[in-house]
Design a protein around this ligand. Sequence first.
Ligand code: MG
Ligand code: MG
Length: 281
Amino acid sequence: MSEATTAVFGRDRIQYKTHEQILAMRRAGLVVANALDAVREAVKPGVTTADLDEVADRTIRAAGAIPSFKGYYGFPASLCVSVNAEVVHGIPGKAVISEGDLVSIDCGAILDGWHGDSAFSMVVPGGDSVRAVEDQALIDTTEAAMWSGIAALKVGGRLGDVGAAIEDRVGGRFGILEDYVGHGIGTEMHMAPEVLNYRTRDRGPKVRAGLCVAVEPMLVAGSIETTVLGDDWTVVTNDGKRAAHWEHTVAVTEDGVWVLTARDGGQAALAALGATVTPLA
Ligand code: MG
Ligand code: MG
């Protein structure tokens, strides 16, 4: 899940984690990775968004973890499924997935009191091929921007470097949502600090070892103006244009970054960006 922003870096106390705590968060992160893999496999024309929620819920609970979204401020499901013009926080239900849909899946889990939070977007094969190319460009840019943001995280840097890197990678080709942002994560899903997806004059707090954040750019093909539907959750673009969302939970250590919700810790994607990626020992 993403956090509604106050558009300033929060000055609340940041929870810096010890090495042992990061190892615990890695275990939670891998539960989320497994759940998202299972859901990705299940995304097919004809399934309902509630079916996908069931897959995530089952996978998380089978790992001995708890779905963090369920009951979060009353959210009724274990997964957010946001389709086409829905940006984030879509509630699973009777809606049926169709060929050519742009589907964004967001999942969170708690294991031994520690949170993981991750999301991806995909196009359901078989739809209009021109639209699929456009949608895939939106999705690929969102994912690339997320990795650039993660690569900007390093001890001694500033948290605002993340948003600057995301904005630079997007290069004005798509709109970057400002109403929802990434966040600190640890013993709660949403904690200080906010992680903005764009450049601001305030470069934000210094990045210190033990910082754990969810980096999650949300990009739109049109205007960044959004509305929350009457279900109090689903965020949609006002112009009906499509949106994409990618997210990973990342730990910063003295030795580099490690992506807790990526099976390889982010090594493959981050190697090309010159980031120092160091497996947790
Ligand atoms: Mg999040
Ligand atoms: Mg999320």
